[in-house]
Design a binder for this molecule. Sequence first.
Ligand SMILES: [Mn+2]
Length: 360
Amino acid sequence: MKMTFRWYGEGNDSVPLKYIRQIPNCSGIMGVLDQYAAGEVWPEEVIADYVKHVNSAGLEVEVIESVNVHEDIKLGLDTRDQYIENYNQTIRNLAKHGIKVIVYNFMPVFDWLRTDLNREIEEDGSTSLYYDEKELQGMTPQELVAKTAETSGGFTLPGWEPDRLAELDKVLKQYESVDAEQLLKNYKYFLEGIIPTCEEVGIRMAVHPDDPAWPIFGIPRIAHSQEQFDRIIELVDSPANSLCLCTGSLGSSPANDIPNIIRHFAAKDRIACAHVRNVKYLGERRFREASHLSADGDLDMFEIMLALYENDFQGYIRPDHGRMIWDEQARAGYGLYDRALGIAYLNGIWESLQKMKPRQ
Ligand SMILES: [Mn+2]
């Protein structure tokens, strides 16, 4: 495995590349050019400069997270063909500069979603991201967008790009006629349009699971269980059509057995990258994020790393959302300290596995 760290770009991240380079075993970043709206082509010269800049800090950038999918593609509108062609051009441009994996998601309207970005954890005074379905039910989508923006501390949030939510009322209306089966058909059309390009240039697409792992506001979601991912990888049967196995997103539902899901898809070589973090259940569809340590949450991080190790996982891995600790001011979930602790911990598990349990 290759250990990496999510980074939002110069001037857009509280963590400098220099600090990331100093985290033990961290060889690269999962990067993004978020100045481009969904549907726009990422210009080759801008990608070239970006990769050069990251490389000059002693880090690789072989994973991009994310290239957002235009809403018209998810809705299956006539305009989708142009957006798919633009996506293909971005894939080609990224491949020319060493990118191997593109993370994306196929969640309609909203990406990941929480009801509180700064929930205090009483035991230790840190804060973390928090979700309560009951609170969500008392809010309109518009109210949730407003609250998320107000409490983000001035940082832009991935998946909450202004362009994505600018036409919220209109887009919500458009989805009234799209059910889960139609969404899956639109998804197939998208994959059929881009996977041949990926195969040609050596890029693997990695779909991120829905977060949380169930439909919200009555909008369909189709990527949050083993069965659903089986359907997705069969839409176009190619290693280029792979998963970003996010333990915390899938793990928001106790119904998902994460180590088993990893074993299932790793054996098929369909995990291109992994986000590894923990989650703490507080009740029915109510959870908060925890430190990476198994004992602090409800996921067994040893079993998760073991499942990757036993399947000789060669992909990219990164810690995921951390708590905000030591008075750090950063983008919610994406401070330096707790994610660096997460890496140190995952490194420790991996080293123990290597020394104690040689692969058969
Ligand atoms: Mn994730």
